[in-house]
Design a protein around this ligand. Sequence first.
Ligand SMILES: NC(=O)c1ccc[n+]([C@@H]2O[C@H](COP(=O)([O-])OP(=O)(O)OC[C@H]3O[C@@H](n4cnc5c(N)ncnc54)[C@H](OP(=O)(O)O)[C@@H]3O)[C@@H](O)[C@H]2O)c1
Length: 357
Amino acid sequence: MLRKTLPSWTSQARLCRQMSVVAKSLKYTEHGEPQDVLKLVEDKLADPKDKQVLVKILAAPINPADINTIQGKYPVKPKFPAIAGNEFVGEVVCVGDQVKGLQPGAHVVPLASGLGTWTTHAVYTEDQLLAISSKVGLAEAATITVNPCTAYRMLKDFVQLSPGDTVIQNGANSAVGQAVHQLCRAWGINSVGIVRNRPEISELKQLLQGLGATAVLTEEEMRTSDLFKTGKLKRPQLALNCVGGKSATEVSRHLNDRGVMVTYGGMSREPVTVATGPLIFKDIAFRGFWMTRWSKENYSAPERKQMFQELCQLMEQEKFVAPTHEMVPLEKFKEAAAAALNFKGFTGKKFILDMSC
Ligand SMILES: NC(=O)c1ccc[n+]([C@@H]2O[C@H](COP(=O)([O-])OP(=O)(O)OC[C@H]3O[C@@H](n4cnc5c(N)ncnc54)[C@H](OP(=O)(O)O)[C@@H]3O)[C@@H](O)[C@H]2O)c1
């Protein structure tokens, strides 16, 4: 095992130069469907120098945006040849001689986006990495930088929420949705989730309520629900939309006066259509959110540090768990990518590439 032969902290830079690591990576040289364009290739990595860090990747999720990037349908365009993937948790193997804050054995996640993470090993620079406690679980750490951060920012940055307030969201079983329920539970906010109907709806409702959802309704149930009319729950001041189309229109109808709907995804591939009545008479607002933009604009901001601290703390305390997932070996990427790609949805879980062995 690589870890057992790690050099000591004082001599690591010298030993780095003797590492001779061969990385197995999922690379592509043109856009297309992941099963067609991704190739598992081996490359000998150059030894890390100066501020560089050699990382053994332990786990990396497959997110919808990763698939869209490979397809060429995402605003982020990689330079070819590119390694796929954007998130990971890894372990520092050794560092260049100018690295100050990372030691071999430390667990790290990416601070920068688009690093190319579906690989067994990679050389990054210190400022692209954030050290996190190894007490944070593998799946939680591998998926922390995109979905939990997106949920966190959307709950913090658009309206001022207080305990007892309500948030409503569609796609409430998505990884972001699961993160929203858990943060709402931690902060005393009511989380109302809307999901599409399916044969396993009772199990799904139970799962989401177990994560902290106050109520989970199907799209049909929501149309006739008296949840807000009876005053059982306060009308939501914030709505989160990752679906678009009819689903978004329906969700926006439940917003309170001057409520805000934040759109962060378009899983139905339909545009967001605004109902005229609520727009005029309730003065509701429609906003968009993109985590990549926020992270770039707040790369070293104290708010970002604070966000990671809070999320890690909740994860360490097991008050925040990874989304429903399946760990798959890197070699099984074709099956995993095809399952994640299924654009009709109902996938039921996130696939996480497991390179920890
Ligand atoms: N803007 C940002 O910064 C940001 C950050 C993170 C994620 N996102 C976006 O948020 C969305 C969710 O991401 P995730 O990682 O949480 O995804 P995920 O865990 O894979 O979940 C996908 C969600 O989309 C729903 N869905 C899939 N196909 C659908 C369809 N045809 N019609 C309606 N719903 C459908 C699924 O519900 P069913 O079970 O009913 O299929 C599920 O709730 C994606 O669009 C992603 O790109 C955006």
